[in-house]
Write a protein that binds this ligand. Structure first.
Ligand SMILES: [Zn+2]
Length: 148
């Protein structure tokens, strides 16, 4: 793990603890060169979960990939990494429960619902990319539901 400040290649772990009910390891690291301290998270991916897509193909679930999509919707919004971590951990628990497979449409609508609670603008951005609204009316209906 290199230092994010000076790019020194070897940093030491000064503290390490479990978080998110044991599914992630939080490490405090320190750079021996510039004394910069930073935190890393190592998270266990739900590698066994398979996503079935609308076109009938399947691929392994990737939190990293989903998170990237969510961050695009949350750009410059008051949403924190912590909000997204919590949201995804809760949803992953739901998706992985007694099932080896989850539909991509389920992932999309669950994330939309969670984002709607977190930030309305992020919700609309995410929805406009991930949901194929049939027409403007349908999109307006969806927006209407948010503000009533
Ligand atoms: Zn450094």
């Amino acid at each position: 793990m290199h230092c994010p400040r000076c790019k020194h290649e070897d940093t030491g772990v000064i503290d390490s603890r479990l978080s998110e009910e044991g599914r992630a390891v939080r490490r405090r690291r320190e750079c021996p060169k510039c004394d910069h301290r930073f935190t890393t998270f190592e998270r266990q991916e739900l590698s066994s979960l398979i996503v079935s897509k609308r076109d009938g193909t399947r691929e392994p679930y990737s939190r990293t990939k989903l998170e990237r999509g969510i961050w695009i919707a949350c750009t410059k919004r008051p949403v924190t990494q912590k909000d997204i971590d919590r949201m995804l951990s809760e949803l992953e628990e739901k998706w992985g429960k007694n099932k080896a497979e989850v539909e991509s449409t389920t992932i999309g609508s669950d994330v939309m619902r969670a984002l709607a609670k977190l930030d309305k603008v992020a919700y609309i951005r995410f929805a406009s990319v991930h949901r194929e609204f049939k027409d403007v009316e349908e999109f307006k209906n969806e927006l209407g539901k948010l503000f009533t």
